[in-house]
Ligand binder design. Structure first.
Ligand code: DQA
Length: 238
């Protein structure tokens, strides 16, 4: 650090004058260690002939060059301005909870199953699209599929603690499952119900959903893009 940066209008005071104030030379050397012609590490010590007492206020005495700093030690600047701490020392940001994307029975057969209704996109394709979309929105996702009602109930219960939101295509269980309805009713996070096909254009037994009354919203009949739209909806709700 250069002399100009250190002294900032502080008056030069001869050593003799400071000593007449009764301060011992050792203390002066510790508290006011700046003199004309400092060495490169700001050391002064007993050889000093002139001091700039007020300059110490502007000099980071405890802020030696990075290579000389004891690990974990806080610099003077950091003590007074916590925001000045280097990012490598900052506590890692807690990861946000992921969005659970849950698919019910027979959706593992997407691509093979009734392609005239559900199209040719496979579940693996959907999950890939969902992960890419989530990344673009800054969301994490957990994708799961099961043919078993109890698995869906367990995952919905798990979501109470671990998820930021649930996107659920309960497939045929949407029309029958009171257990899924009851599990969803315990959540206080966004729930988006998704159906790939337009269930209202199909058989009447698909017109009722036990999920809809406990969902934040429903996306139905728009194909597999419905999952991505559901992520957009979740993003707008978080
Ligand atoms: C579905 C519609 C349901 O009626 C059906 O049982 C499914 C899929 C859909 O995504 O369109 O399996 O949920």
């Amino acid at each position: 650090m250069g002399e100009r940066a250190l002294n900032f209008k502080a008056p030069r005071v001869p050593l003799r004058k400071l000593q007449t104030l009764g301060l011992p030379r050792l203390l002066l050397a510790r508290l006011v260690p700046y003199k004309e012609g400092l060495d490169s590490r700001g050391k002064a010590g007993f050889g000093a002939s002139h001091f700039r007492p007020f300059a110490t206020r502007y000099v980071p005495l405890h802020n030696p060059p990075a290579g000389h700093r004891a690990p974990g030690k806080t610099t003077r600047k950091e003590a007074f301005h916590p925001m000045a701490r280097s990012s490598s020392k900052a506590a890692p940001k807690a990861p946000a909870k992921p969005v659970y994307v849950l698919n019910g029975p027979n959706l593992n057969l997407l691509g093979q199953r009734e392609p005239e209704i559900y199209g040719s996109t496979t579940l693996a394709d959907i999950e890939k699209q969902v992960k890419a979309k989530a990344k673009s929105l800054g969301l994490g996702v957990v994708c799961r599929q099961s043919n078993h009602e109890g698995d869906l109930v367990d995952w919905i219960q798990e979501a109470r603690e671990k998820a930021a939101a649930v996107i659920l295509n309960a497939a045929a269980y949407s029309h029958t499952s009171i257990a899924i309805h009851d599990a969803l009713a315990t959540l206080d996070i966004p729930v988006i119900e998704v159906h790939i096909s337009n269930v209202y254009k199909r058989e009447s037994f698909r017109h009722h959903s036990t999920v809809s009354s406990v969902a934040t919203g429903v996306i139905c009949g728009l194909g597999t893009i419905g999952y991505e739209l559901a992520l957009e909806a979740v993003k707008s709700k978080l």
